[in-house]
Design a protein. Structure first.
Length: 191
């Protein structure tokens, strides 16, 4: 889907995703000391807003202007810098303490490039956190993309985290109203 299609999807509903942060974002970041954060493919900003409430200075990036405006109108003022940009070409002004990539599903080679760039933006002592639908989710889970080229696995994440210290990398279950989804999660730290 392109930005126009996502704009239409966001415009068609009061809220596309829940207002609560993603469960795995909470689990993988709640023990981190707040600093600067970059939320790539932030959508309506539920994770960016949650981080900002906990003291993070967040840059939230998404290519849907409708989603970004929805996030901007939700509050947190100066704690979140909302930016409309394509994450495949975006680059921050400098290094950050946390780069979050949550449910961004691009063709595998494009996703690999985005994750390698994301890892390179992590400041010393900072973290890369990535969460996505696992390849196994297509046949054993529910929801998520139905194109196997857009699904993710531990190998993709491990390659992207080259040079970082992997603190957690595994497939996890996520219970949803529709059933159990299978995700893959990564938390890695730059020494």
């Amino acid at each position: 889907m392109d930005a126009e299609a996502w704009d239409a999807r966001y415009a068609a509903a009061e809220r596309v995703w829940s207002a609560e942060p993603n469960h795995w974002v909470v689990v993988l970041t709640e023990d981190l000391r707040p600093g600067t954060a970059l939320d790539l493919a932030a959508g309506e900003g539920r994770n960016a807003l949650w981080l900002a409430e906990r003291g993070w200075q967040v840059t939230a990036v998404d290519f849907s202007s409708v989603a970004v405006e929805r996030g901007r109108s939700a509050g947190q003022g100066a704690r979140v810098d909302w930016q409309v940009a394509d994450v495949t070409t975006y680059a921050p002004d400098g290094l950050v303490d946390l780069v979050l990539v949550c449910y961004l599903h691009l063709p595998r080679e494009t996703m690999r490039r985005v994750l390698v760039h994301a890892a390179s933006w992590v400041a010393p002592g900072g973290h890369l956190v990535v969460i996505g639908h696992a390849v196994r989710n297509l046949t054993e889970g529910c929801g998520g993309p139905q194109d196997p080229d857009r699904l993710q696995d531990a190998d993709l994440y491990a390659r992207a985290a080259h040079g970082l210290l992997v603190e957690r990398l595994e497939e996890v279950d996520r219970v949803t109203p529709e059933g159990t989804a299978i995700d893959v999660v990564l938390r890695a730290r730059r020494p």
